[in-house]
Write a protein that binds this ligand. Structure first.
Ligand code: AGP
Length: 368
């Protein structure tokens, strides 16, 4: 738990992610199958019966859930709904048949998530599953099933490695539940397994070129406000990017679904409000490209994070570009998390904030 030469815990935890992810995946996948022995046979019965998933969490863990919902519906062909724990616990909700309740938490002690799980236990769900980084936490004790993320202790208040490990666990869950679902579509299964296997190396490659993220942070220093935009799983990652920036740099930032810009926020665009577009070259790319053009036409400043194909197509509209490796529908959100975290980190350092212990925040929110 020391900083091992890093200036901050957050930086150490960002750079530990290749190892964290390999710990998360270790012993849980073969080249074309998810291994779920650790859950026992009763779990497989539950997974095979699951027709809907309800995910409940707070903050960054909630964003992991939102990303997972895109995967559950596309990869596993399972209806998935995600809700903020502090909302869920105080409202009446309707539970569809054979719904698996999933609570997500790094700490396992978040008061609202714990209360939501306790409410769910007697509410008629098929079963409860907790995705958590801390064994022997209140959440793991209270849930029927538990999927540990094994990311190692996270000390920085800003969640980084716990988030990408939660995503890796969700990827496994989507792939596994899909296997047991008779009506599933065979969505790029081989590509996803292969890219999970290569995840550690791909993350290392991105982190090696982290200088570029520092340059982006410099360019954001005087920004009045910042936007993150994305489509598909990149939309919740845009929310996460905005949360990271707010939390540790104290700068105002909003995450937006790119298609929503024209419904209001486009009015805010001017040259001191930069927009960071998270846009791998995928089925959404041409749509986000037209959003980028709309922003450019209003003198907005665009920072594009994409792969080489995406950057080639869009660079003439962008002020800065970052090239990441090629990804797929599942791994994009995991890999694009790294620039999002590093941009926030470097900007916080430049602005001199307390990176590991930002004002007014606690690592574990055990009270309402
Ligand atoms: C993220 O950087 C925050 N520290 C915060 O949003 C956090 O994710 C939230 O409080 C939930 O915590 P948990 O994952 O431990 O339940």
């Amino acid at each position: 738990t020391d900083k091992q030469g890093y200036r901050h815990y957050m930086m150490k935890e960002i750079f530990f992610q290749p190892d964290a992810i390999s710990k998360t995946l270790k012993g849980r996948i073969t080249k074309d199958q998810v291994i779920t022995k650790e859950f026992g046979e009763s779990a497989d019965l539950i997974f095979s019966k699951t027709e809907c998933i309800k995910i409940v969490a707070c903050g960054t863990s909630y964003h992991a859930g939102l990303i997972a919902a895109y995967w559950m519906e596309k990869v596993a062909n399972i209806h998935c709904q995600v809700e903020i724990a502090s909302e869920y616990r105080y409202r009446k909700s309707v539970i569809l048949d054979n719904t698996l309740f999933v609570a997500v938490s790094q700490s396992g002690e978040t008061a609202d998530t714990l209360a939501a799980l306790r409410t769910a236990k007697d509410a008629g769900y098929l079963s409860t599953l907790v995705i958590c980084n801390v064994d022997e936490s209140s959440l793991t004790r209270d849930s029927a099933l538990c999927f540990l993320t094994h990311a190692g202790t996270e000390i920085g208040v800003a969640s980084t490695k716990a988030f990408t490990s939660q995503l890796a666990v969700f990827a496994l869950l989507a792939l596994h539940i899909k296997k047991n679902n008779m009506q599933n579509i065979d969505y790029a299964k081989d590509t996803i397994f292969q890219s999970l296997f290569e995840m550690q190396q791909t993350m290392r490659r991105i982190l090696k070129n982290s200088k570029k993220f520092e340059e982006v942070a410099h360019s954001l220093r005087d920004a009045k406000s910042i936007f993150y935009i994305g489509r598909g799983p990149m939309y919740p990652l845009a929310l996460e990017g905005a949360l990271k920036l707010k939390e540790i740099t104290y700068k105002h930032c909003e995450g937006y679904a790119a298609g929503e810009l024209k419904h209001g926020p486009l009015a805010l665009i001017e040259d001191d409000i930069p927009v960071i577009a998270l846009a791998p070259y995928d089925e959404n790319f041409l749509k986000i490209l037209s959003n980028i053009q709309e922003i450019k036409a209003r003198n907005g400043k665009i920072i594009l994070i994409s792969d080489s194909k995406g950057v080639d197509k869009a660079k003439k509209y962008c002020d800065q570009t970052i090239v990441l490796p090629n990804t797929n529908f599942v791994t994009s959100a995991i890999l694009y998390s790294l620039p999002v975290q590093l941009i926030a980190y470097h900007l916080a350092v430049l602005l001199g904030t307390d990176v590991d212990q930002p004002r007014n925040l606690a690592k574990s929110v055990t009270v309402e």
